[in-house]
Design a protein around this ligand. Structure first.
Ligand SMILES: Nc1nc2c(c(=O)[nH]1)N[C@H]1C(S)=C(S)[C@@H](COP(=O)(O)O)O[C@H]1N2
Ligand SMILES: [Mo]
Length: 237
């Protein structure tokens, strides 16, 4: 990660509430010790780099302040829970499934946005069809190799035609800093839903709010700001 700074999400207003999450802890890193302090990003150090609107470039976020290193060879995606065929996918297994390509904007809730990002991967809907979701399933819980980030989607949200288990981004393999070898890309929602270093998908009977949601972000991260357990507007993304 030599030339890539690691960002914590800075404080941001979400609707009418303020998020006081990892970004603030990062900014107060000196209180908590050197490890956290070291991860306060360069761009934040220049002033408001992390929260400038429409910066047109990615920030590299990591809750833990590090980027897990997982080779394609060692990579595994475990899919379990309320499915007919619990399956552990290798990287090659994922690449052997039908691929979907999308070009979409990537938008963080803090205001930065990168237009026209190319993605390639397995449609989450295709992956779910492959394992067979059981009728009593309600939601998915996602886990990361970082051991910290978690996310959720309802089954309806997961079946949208623009939600990818992505292995290519920006026309190349997803880099380690961007969550490679495999990350989520949830096009109609803010970036925090696009969990990096995806390690497991558990099909469950209720929505279990993820890391960012436990820190105040809406469970439904629709970019258009609507809320509710199952509503969606796939046209937007
Ligand atoms: N594992 C993990 N995934 C994550 C995050 C994180 O800190 N850890 N940050 C989220 C947030 S808030 C955003 S905006 C995007 C940023 O993606 P990038 O780091 O590839 O730019 O990743 C999301 N996925
Ligand atoms: Mo974000």
């Amino acid at each position: 990660m030599a030339n890539e700074s690691v960002n914590r999400e800075p404080r941001v207003a979400v609707g009418r509430r303020f998020f006081l999450g990892a970004g603030v802890l990062g900014a107060l890193g000196v209180v908590f010790g050197g490890r956290v302090q070291n991860t306060v990003s360069n761009s934040l150090g220049t002033g408001l780099g992390g929260i400038l609107p429409f910066g047109d470039r990615f920030r590299y976020y990591s809750i833990t302040g590090t980027y897990p290193k997982i080779t394609k060879k060692k990579y595994r995606l475990e899919v379990s829970g309320l499915v007919d065929r619990p399956t552990t996918f290798t990287f090659d297994d994922l690449q052997a499934l039908p691929a979907t390509e999308l070009t979409k904007a990537f938008q963080c809730v803090t205001g930065w946005r990168v237009p026209d990002v190319q993605w390639r991967g397995v449609l989450l809907a295709d992956l779910l069809r492959h394992v067979g979701v059981q009728p009593n399933a309600v939601a998915l819980s996602f886990e990361s190799y970082d051991g910290a980030d978690t996310e959720s989607l309802t089954i309806d949200q997961a079946n949208l035609p623009n939600v990818l288990v992505a292995y290519e981004m920006l026309g190349a393999p997803v880099t380690r800093a961007h969550g490679g070898p495999v990350r989520l890309f949830v096009a109609p929602m803010y970036g925090y839903k696009s969990l990096k270093w995806l390690s497991a998908i558990r099909v469950v009977d209720r929505v279990q709010p993820g890391y960012w949601e436990q820190n105040g972000y809406p469970v439904n991260g629709w970019i258009d700001g609507t809320t509710g357990p199952t509503n969606h507007n796939p046209q937007l993304a």
